[in-house]
Design a binder for this molecule. Structure first.
Ligand code: FAD
Ligand code: NAG
Ligand code: NAG
Ligand code: NAG
Ligand code: NAG
Ligand code: NAG
Ligand code: NAG
Ligand code: NAG
Ligand code: NAG
Ligand code: NAG
Length: 648
């Protein structure tokens, strides 16, 4: 642990006359005051704490697995369950209602297929993750299910966490018993990082506490802050902001967790071009590490974890139970939609008649307007101009959330929302007028809305965020396109040509987030001692090629599909050498993922991983140190989680 005064002197802040460094401000929720004590485990040695200096007696070749001789006995599981006093679950897959067997129930199956996705059901379900394929497709939800429902990549047991004591007991039990551990919050991960066959899942979803801290000091920061429990979803965070009359940087999508994977990797949302990434907001983190200890990590305590937990990935350093983040005054945003395409849509297709990628990717189809018949050159030139113009939107603290959709028959649609905080409608219109003038000059039939149509709306609790989410199988390959790729005219031409070919020739959806989270925007602690991929600080077009893959296909089909996609993403990489990819919206089978997801920080992170988790207890696909282990998938599917975890 680095002493505060030493850290300050390293930062050059200890000069005479400068204010004394603040003492640690430890903020705990009631559920963080119920902890595991040595006396409480005297009669249950399986819950003993670990010692990082004496990590392992023998390095197991594999994690234990159901059916093997070292899998804990029924008696041990029940002793563990009794200790947890109701928090240990052994859930059956909900999808089993659709399969022949004792759990079959047609009524329930119909409801799951047609209704559950519009409710909060899948978010409250202990096993489900919203991206299904890494599970191994052994129990796909379907009204026409045949064969057997097998557990596949879903965990064996789940700890429904209610206290730090539950987390510590789970971590210690798993480590001492050589169990595979997964950590699950909302299950939004696109790469199977919150599931695993034969595992014990530590499920933090029900840690829903929130507290507004009107005045909080941490190092150079003094001001309003918020203490956020690990299970809070974005829509809940927005409701809390509304009640507390504040703004926080939160995930754009309503059901993404505000504390788990999102904040651990980078985390983007509506205020990211104004205040930085999710990880930049963090002032203090409460976490249970691999040895079972409960720590408060901040700029003055546990320097290595302070670095690693902000950008170094989820499911790697410990189980976060809450964070304290910076808060800002309440704010309005103005949204200016821009939609055009080079085909005419059927006049009444307001729902399911749009192609699948549109519905899945956006949740709703784009408005049925502004389609120009068969003018692909003007279309692509207009899209190119629109992406470039986003630099202006970013100067105003805004972003451009966009998609380019291939619609078949050499037809395409472009949809982009320009979202700008703290601006009047007429200022937003004036700022975008030059873009519309250029688009009209290309005969693209778009017109700016009137100021009455784009009234500023309160960012907090604006009523548009919901608590529902449906499992799907979207695959992302992302790239953080740097500013230079847009401002150098020749390079921008090449870059845009590559984007165009991914959509036009590759048939993939291009999705741009359009944020610019520079270090300046991030403020303090922001970029200081942060593991966020430095490419985020240079990017003006974080973006991805995406596709919807079938829930069920063979490993051979997956391989063919990967090769097809690499043709386009490899060009992105060549044109953006030194940039990276956003792991949360990247591919779990990414080549050279260490470089893509962590860049220059990888070596340092790997050292910290070795020191803090010499057991390799926390493991997930493409996280730091994960190359030492591999899932032997039952079907050979790359990056799948249906198999035993063994050392490479
Ligand atoms: C529909 C949808 C919309 C999205 N929108 C956005 C968006 O607007 N902005 C954005 O940046 N990203 C977005 N994402 C991507 C999102 O950031 C990632 O899916 C992220 O990993 C979700 O984190 P989670 O904790 O909610 O999910 P989980 O799948 O539960 O967890 C993700 C990872 O974090 C780990 N983890 C979870 N909780 C903890 C914890 N308490 N301690 C340690 N590790 C933990 C898990 O083990 C796993 O590896 C979206 C994803 C989906 C599916
Ligand atoms: C166990 O759970 C019951 C019911 O929820 C509760 O009344 C009791 O206090 C709990 N015991 C412990 C030791 O936490
Ligand atoms: C089947 O599911 C329905 C709806 O969830 C439920 O009401 C009913 O009790 C279930 N039937 C059986 C036999 O479990
Ligand atoms: C499932 O069955 C329904 C009718 O029962 C049918 O309309 C549908 O096409 C079937 N789906 C598949 C994937 O077979
Ligand atoms: C998990 O625990 C919470 C209480 O913290 C409870 O409300 C919820 O029903 C439990 N979930 C399951 C699936 O048992
Ligand atoms: C909310 O905060 C703003 C500025 O911080 C203040 O002007 C306003 O009066 C507050 N509103 C309420 C209802 O407290
Ligand atoms: C809309 O489309 C449906 C078929 O998708 C068709 O049955 C209906 O008549 C159409 N309505 C109008 C107003 O065109
Ligand atoms: C593609 O174009 C052909 C010929 O114009 C038409 O028959 C067909 O329906 C179109 N397909 C789609 C998916 O629009
Ligand atoms: C919003 O803009 C006004 C006027 O430009 C400025 O005074 C104010 O500080 C801004 N508020 C925020 C939260 O940025
Ligand atoms: C870039 O492409 C545009 C057409 O989109 C062209 O007019 C321009 O000359 C090109 N610039 C360079 C430097 O290649």
């Amino acid at each position: 642990m680095m002493h505060a005064a030493l850290l300050f002197s390293l930062l050059g802040l200890a000069a005479a006359g400068s204010p004394k460094p603040a003492k640690q401000t430890k903020v705990l929720f009631p559920y963080e005051k119920t902890v595991l004590t040595p006396s409480s485990i005297r009669s249950f040695p399986s819950l003993s704490f670990g010692d990082v200096s004496k990590p392992v007696h023998s390095k197991p070749k594999c994690r234990t697995f159901p059916g093997t001789s070292d899998w804990p006995s029924v008696t041990e599981w029940s002793k563990f369950g009794n200790f947890l006093n109701g928090s240990l679950l052994r859930p059956e897959p909900a999808q089993a209602a659709c399969y022949p067997g004792p759990l079959q129930n047609q009524t329930r199956c119909q409801w799951l297929v047609t209704q559950a996705g519009q409710t909060h059901f899948w978010l409250d379900e202990p096993l489900t993750t919203l991206t299904e394929w890494p599970q191994g497709s052994t129990c796909v939800l379907s009204a026409n299910a045949t064969g057997e429902c097998e557990r596949g990549g879903w965990p064996e047991y789940v700890v429904n966490v209610t206290s730090v004591r539950d987390v510590q007991a789970a971590v210690n039990f798993a480590r001492n018993k050589n169990l595979r551990v997964v950590i699950k919050n909302t299950g939004h991960d696109f790469g199977g990082r919150s599931m695993g066959a034969g595992s014990l899942s530590i499920w933090v979803h029900n840690l829903k506490t929130f507290e507004y801290l009107p005045s909080f000091t941490m190092g150079k920061y003094t001001g309003p802050a918020a203490h956020v429990g690990a299970g809070i979803e974005s829509f809940e965070l927005f409701n809390h902001m509304f009640k507390s009359n504040i703004s926080l940087v939160g995930p754009g999508w309503g059901t993404v967790g505000a504390v788990g994977g999102w904040v651990s990797v980078a985390g983007h949302g509506t205020l990211t071009s104004k205040y930085g990434l999710g990880a930049d907001q963090v002032l203090s983190i409460n976490v249970v590490t691999a040895d079972g200890q409960f720590l408060t990590v901040d700029p003055f305590n546990h320097d290595d974890l302070w670095f690693a937990l902000r950008g170094g990935g989820g499911s790697t350093w410990g189980v976060i139970t809450s964070v304290v983040v910076k808060a800002y005054p309440p704010i309005n945003t103005v949204t200016v939609p821009l939609n055009f395409g080079n085909i005419g849509f059927p006049s009444n297709s307001t729902d399911g008649t749009y192609p699948l990628p549109i519905r899945v990717a956006t949740g709703q189809p784009p408005p049925n307007t502004n389609f120009m018949n068969n003018k692909p050159d003007q279309f692509w030139e207009g899209v190119k101009i629109s992406y470039h113009y986003c630099l202006k939107v970013q100067e105003l603290g805004g972003y451009c959330f966009s998609y380019i959709f291939p619609l078949g028959n050499n037809s395409f649609a472009f949809t982009s929302n320009q979202i700008i905080p703290n601006i009047t409608a007429s200022e937003a219109i004036a700022a975008l007028q030059p873009l519309y003038t250029q688009l009209n000059a290309l005969s693209i039939p778009v017109s700016l809305p009137s100021s009455g149509q784009i009234l500023p709306t309160l960012y907090a609790g604006n009523g548009q965020r919901t608590g529902s989410s449906n499992p799907a199988n979207t695959r992302y390959r992302s790239r953080l396109f740097p500013r230079k790729n847009l401002v150098d005219p020749a390079l921008w031409n090449k870059t845009f040509a590559a984007i165009r070919s991914g959509v036009e020739e590759g048939g993939l959806v291009f999705h741009g987030w359009g944020y610019a989270p520079t270090c300046k925007k991030a403020g303090y602690p922001g970029c200081e001692n942060s593991a966020v991929h430095p490419a985020w600080r240079e990017t003006v077009l974080p973006a991805a090629l995406m596709e919807v893959i079938p829930a069920r296909w063979t490993a051979a089909q997956a391989k063919v599909n990967d090769e097809h996609t690499y043709k386009y993403t490899d060009v992105f990489k060549q044109l953006t050498s030194g940039a990276g990819s956003y792991m949360n919206e990247g591919d779990p089978a990414e080549k050279n993922w260490q470089d893509s997801f962590f860049g220059v920080n990888y070596k340092k992170l790997l050292k910290i991983k070795g020191k803090r988790d010499p057991w390799g207890l926390f493991w997930a696909q493409t996280t730091v140190g994960s190359e030492e282990w591999r899932v032997a998938t039952a079907d050979g599917y790359p990056a799948g989680q249906n198999g035993r975890l063994c050392r490479v």
